[in-house]
Design a protein around this ligand. Structure first.
Ligand code: NAD
Length: 430
């Protein structure tokens, strides 16, 4: 099938490469000329393991093409997939400005029947609104089918997740449109769930919100564990062994970030508010998450006596999690801002990113970041941080404090090197 994917970001680019691999001819379009030129020159503008090879394969096989001429390919292709961003607006709602601009481009270029797939995460009711939008723009009813097809990939494992999803979700108002969209994924062995459009949109928000609640729950339980000197890693293991609960997303740490959970939680809360309803559980999850960095600032203050000018804190990790260069809503960056605001010197290192930030100096290596540091905070769980040689770390630092903000380090190994380990809800064994 000829498909125009609009948006060459983490989702659009990955999905384009995957659809090309499945045998479709894909025009991946973005209005960002720099991104498209980079792709045309064979450079992948984001870091995603395995993506470069898959994109190269697609272009070599004449299955995957790139263009910044969105109107041209939107007009040419019978299937359009909208994969543009839906960031948080200042009032917490999902800002649909990019989605709406693509829909307008589609409506303006409508010369023949089309299936418009909304892959972007959009609030419940958006697909129905889009279907009406086309009618209001004078597009004949039988010419356009809007289908919701939310994405569940995770950055860092996006290719694996795309080929091995837990489910393929297709929300359509007609069997024919739903079947056509499901058939795009022929070749992927996964259950296909057919629902209505609004149900599909709700499932996407419900899933992300549930994950956020799970994370905030374990983070709050970890705070309580500290009061009892109980080990949250053992507690989480025991809870997660219950099949009704499951072990994933039960790792206590500095809080969830990234381009999805914070904004989707906030969008669902705002969507409910628009219907005159409060989502108290989600509001609480968001509150716990917003205050989680402060838990670590308090720990640092307690251990070091004060956080003040003249002190240097090394921070390992900038991205919101390991194996990605995505800095959106990264808790590591929030922590760095907090430390810099208190006048501390911050020396930081991340294998992929070094964004300009007031008061933060980026080191060329994780060891270089330690020079003169009173404390080290491991803020992202990159393997190279987890596998650090703690004797070498000890020799490179001025102080002895290691704060494990992801509960990923081997406490015994850190302590054997003569360092002082602090995690969240991980007391020293009595
Ligand atoms: P992104 O910011 O990485 O990419 C969006 C792209 O859309 C950008 O390259 C931008 O230039 C382009 N764009 C915006 N307006 C455009 C227009 N009018 N015409 C053409 N291109 C346009 O975003 P992303 O992380 O890929 O997320 C896309 C959507 O998928 C969001 O709704 C997000 O919530 C959802 N999602 C993201 C993930 C994830 O892990 N990143 C996972 C599941 C779902």
């Amino acid at each position: 099938m000829d498909i125009c994917v609009v948006g060459a970001g983490y989702v659009g680019l990955t999905t384009s490469a995957v659809l090309a691999k499945l045998g479709h001819t894909v025009w991946c379009c973005d209005r960002d000329d720099i991104k498209i030129s980079s792709l045309l020159n064979g450079h992948i503008p984001i870091f995603e393991p395995g993506l470069e090879e898959l994109v190269q394969q697609g272009t070599k096989n004449n299955r995957l093409f790139f263009s910044s001429d969105v109107p041209l390919y939107v007009e040419k292709c019978p299937v359009i997939m909208v994969a543009v961003g839906t960031p948080s607006a200042p009032d917490g709602t999902a800002d649909l400005v990019y989605v709406k601009s693509v829909l307008l481009t589609v409506a303006n270029g409508m010369q023949e029947p089309k299936t418009v797939i909304i892959k972007s995460t959009v609030p419940p009711g958006t697909g129905d609104w889009a279907q009406d939008f086309f009618l209001r723009r004078g597009v004949p009813k039988e010419w356009v089918e809007v289908v919701s097809n939310p994405e569940f990939l995770r950055e860092g494992t996006a290719i694996h997740d795309s080929f091995h999803p837990d489910r393929i979700l297709v929300g359509a108002s007609s069997v024919q449109a739903g079947t056509l969209v499901a058939s795009l994924y022929d070749g992927i062995s996964a259950p296909v769930l057919h629902t209505g459009r609004t149900e599909a949109e709700m499932i996407k928000y419900g899933s992300n919100s549930f994950l956020a609640v799970k994370l905030s729950f374990i983070n709050e339980l970890a705070r309580l564990c500290e009061a009892f000197r109980a080990d949250i890693t053992e507690v989480a293991k025991g809870i997660g062994m219950d099949e009704r609960i499951g072990a994933r997303f039960l790792q206590a740490g500095i809080g969830y970030g990234g381009s999805c959970l914070p904004k989707d939680v906030s969008a669902l809360i705002a969507t409910a508010a628009g219907k005159g309803m409060g989502l108290k559980l989600l509001e609480a999850a968001a509150y716990v998450n917003e205050t989680q960095v402060q838990v670590y600032v308090t720990k640092l203050t307690r251990e070091l006596g004060a956080l003040k000018p003249g002190m240097t804190i090394a921070v390992w990790g900038a991205a919101f999690k390991e194996n990605t260069d995505d800095l959106r809503y990264s808790k590591a960056l929030v922590l760095m801002e907090e430390l810099a605001a208190k006048g501390c010197g911050v020396t930081a290192y991340d294998p992929l990113s070094s964004p300009d930030m007031d008061g933060v100096q980026w080191a060329a290596s994780q060891l270089e970041a330690l020079a003169g540091a009173d404390a080290l905070v491991v803020a992202t769980g990159w393997k190279q941080f987890v596998d650090a040689d703690w004797q070498v770390v000890k020799a490179a630092m001025k102080g002895k404090l290691v704060v494990d903000a992801r509960n990923v380090l081997d406490r015994a190994a850190v302590e054997e090197a003569g360092l002082h380990y602090i995690g969240l809800g991980r007391p020293r064994k009595r």
